[in-house]
Design a protein around this ligand. Structure first.
Ligand code: HEC
Length: 467
């Protein structure tokens, strides 16, 4: 965690430096992220109840409440008062609320961002000494994020065992498999990951393996967890024995479910989405990411599944660009030591499609990510996403507000920047080493450049369907 604090401090100094004295109504905020200047009108005296509650109850308490995804509640005055130092750093830096995508480039469903005014008013309140002010007679209620869980599940699949997390103050990356047998092949309407250790579990990518049931005698053979940093994915899969009896790999449905703190469950419109599952199947968690912990602790999580009544009419499809995907990374994906390098990957859309979610993926060296769809003949660009300051811990599946049509012939372009110098505090190598994506033999400390798109073939009217 030490590196994060350093980044926050540096940027916070920049942001605070540009605020003028308290009492000055026109505060000039030098937006460190967007590199633009804006004049914001703030009240002379800023108070908790009148000025801060409306901002915090809308933007922070959805996660920061008693049972929320945030590590502590930010509901009572005292909750904030005793944390003004860390709040100032997290807010000035843009680390909180966690939303790396630039809202001026593209808005998404469930977006969590502060306006320039909201950010300035929090910082100003803290620099004025975090005064409470008069408590109103009717105290407003904080917004709590609705539980992700869409009602009681049809089946709960727990971890086969408890995961022990060593207290060594390091991030941990684990590959795990959760196998299960059903009486018949079926369709799932929804899959929900129920975290056991909410404090430490940072993200989970869940894939689905569907086995030919006469070609897999024992689903449960092999180890069920593997340290993703100690060996390659191929070695992990070997010790987990995830192949069929004849040595072939079962088909993998990528991103059948995902977990990130504070993300609401995806509730697709009627007839869209859904997952086919064989009676012998495995959820492959690649990876489970736990944040650092100073003391030994444990996690016991579950996957909740919901059966669909009928076959989904429009099942989701996926385009996977870049590393291990269908399009090459250009130039060849090698990031020499001590350089900042740019790469791109491109895909021409062969038919009209409607996008639902997008997921940019890089590891620790990534710094900027941008994607758009472009038509040279029509001189048209459809912005998809811009992440000006990549944060590997917040890898959202960004969901469009409405289904987004990309016409046939448009080229989807993803561009990324990687910083493999010592100036990147997350660089896993000191001194920096030349980095690449070593084929399928991936470790978390290797680098990757991927862009995942979930879509359905376009139908008239899709543009008006809210997600
Ligand atoms: C999407 C959920 C979410 C929202 C919204 C959110 N937080 Fe957080 N917050 C978290 C999580 C999760 C962590 C723990 C992060 C970690 O350790 O990786 C955290 C950590 C923090 C920390 C500790 C940072 C540190 O360096 O240890 C502060 C302070 C904080 N949040 C303040 C805020 C404030 C203020 C807001 C609103 C302006 C906010 N958060 C909005 C989820 C959220």
């Amino acid at each position: 965690m030490i590196y994060r604090k350093i980044i926050i401090v540096v940027l916070a100094l920049l942001a605070l430096h540009s605020c003028t004295e308290p009492g000055d109504k026109n505060i000039e905020i030098n937006e460190t992220l967007a590199e633009k200047e804006e004049v914001i009108n703030l009240p002379d005296s800023v108070f908790f109840w009148s000025d801060i509650v409306p901002v915090v109850y809308k933007n922070c308490t959805p996660c920061h409440h008693e049972n929320g995804a945030g590590p502590f509640p930010l509901t009572a005055y005292e909750d904030l008062k005793k944390r003004t130092k860390t709040i100032r750093l997290a807010v000035a830096d843009g680390f909180m609320p966690p939303w790396p995508a630039d809202p001026e480039y593209r808005h998404f469903k469930g977006e969590k961002t502060l306006t320039s005014y909201e950010r300035a008013v929090i910082l100003e309140w803290i620099s004025q000494g975090a005064q409470e002010g008069d408590k109103p007679e009717i105290v407003p209620q904080p917004t709590l994020l609705a539980e992700q869980n869409p009602g009681p599940p049809d089946l709960i699949i727990p971890f086969p065992d408890t995961i022990r997390i060593e207290g060594n103050n390091r991030d941990k990356f684990i590959v795990a498999k959760m196998s299960f047998e059903l009486p018949v092949d079926t369709f799932l309407r929804a899959i929900y990951f129920a975290p056991g250790n909410k404090e430490l579990l940072h993200h989970v990518n869940g894939h689905l393996l569907n086995y030919q049931y006469d070609n897999k005698s024992d689903l449960f053979e092999g180890t069920w967890i593997h340290d993703a940093e100690k060996s390659t994915t191929a070695q992990a899969y070997k010790s987990m024995q995830i192949t069929h009896d004849d040595g072939t790999y079962p088909p993998l449905l990528a991103s059948a479910f995902n977990y990130l703190p504070g993300v609401e469950a995806l509730d697709y419109p009627e007839g869209i989405g859904g997952v086919f599952v064989n009676r012998k199947a495995t959820f492959l968690l690649n990876t489970l990411h736990y944040g650092p912990s100073p003391a030994d602790t444990f996690d016991f999580s579950e996957v909740h599944i919901y059966f669909a009544e009928k076959r989904p009419e429009r099942p989701l499809r996926e385009i996977h660009l870049g590393t291990l995907g269908i399009t090459p990374v250009v130039p060849k994906f090698i990031i020499p030591a001590d350089t900042i390098s740019n790469f791109s990957t491109r895909y021409v859309v062969p038919e009209d499609i409607s996008l639902l979610t997008i997921n940019p993926h890089m590891h620790l060296l990534g710094t900027i990510f941008k994607a758009y769809a472009v038509s040279v003949t029509k001189q048209d660009t459809i912005p998809l996403i811009h992440i000006p300051k990549w944060d590997f811990r917040w890898q959202y599946f960004y969901t469009f507000e409405k289904m987004l049509k990309i016409p046939k012939g448009y080229e989807i372009v993803a561009e990324a920047t990687f910083d493999n110098t010592m100036n990147n505090p997350l660089n896993p190598n000191n001194p920096p080493k030349s980095m690449t994506a070593a084929g399928a033999h991936m470790k978390t400390t290797d680098e990757m450049f991927q862009f995942f798109i979930s879509y359905v073939p376009f139908r008239a009217g899709d543009e008006n369907i809210k997600l």
